[in-house]
Design a protein around this ligand. Structure first.
Ligand SMILES: [Fe+2]
Ligand SMILES: [Fe+2]
Length: 170
């Protein structure tokens, strides 16, 4: 379900990151925060992982056009990897003493296959930017196990963005 306050920030960020490549996705200046604030941010990341996994399931089925055959199979792989990210974040939130949330972020669909892939790429560039910030925040709080888990997720999000950029011939 749409949550207007959160959506405004997300839209602004994804729009400004749209032309960036995976490796150039702009990291936000890391905000210094407390452990409870970090847990709250990780729960927002978790909601976006749940949304991404659902969005990829829908897009993998709904995508049409012979030129998109290879990426269609790749979107199923992405969906499974977003699921793994959700499990990893949920565990990390629990390890930090928080309660993993079950919210689902905004999901974007379209009747147009190219727009679907652009929606997926926007999500990945936003994820790369968020996880770069989150890695720095974990480092600031000396949560090195969390930092490692976030770096593993970040590497996969960068691969996802490159897959989509290739499919979109960017
Ligand atoms: Fe993910
Ligand atoms: Fe991803």
């Amino acid at each position: 379900m749409p949550r207007p306050a959160a959506k405004k920030t997300t839209r602004k960020t994804t729009r400004s990151a749209k032309r960036a490549t995976a490796s150039e996705a702009v990291a936000r200046t890391p905000r210094k925060l407390t452990k409870p604030q970090l847990i709250a941010e990780l729960n927002k990341d978790l909601a976006k992982e749940f949304a991404a996994l659902i969005q990829y399931v829908q897009h993998a089925s709904a995508l049409t056009g012979p030129q998109y055959g290879a990426i269609q199979a790749e979107l199923v792989v992405h969906s499974n990897e977003e699921h793994m990210h959700a499990i990893s974040l949920s565990d990390q939130i629990d390890f930090l003493g928080g309660v993993p949330a079950v919210d689902v972020g905004d999901i974007h669909i379209s009747p147009d296959s190219k727009i679907m892939l652009e929606q997926d790429l926007d999500g990945e560039l936003d994820a790369i930017s968020r996880y770069k910030e989150r890695v720095a925040q974990a480092e600031m709080l000396q949560e090195y196990g969390l930092r490692r888990a976030l770096e593993d997720i970040l590497i996969v999000e960068e691969e996802h963005a490159r897959d989509l950029q290739d499919a979109l011939e960017l």
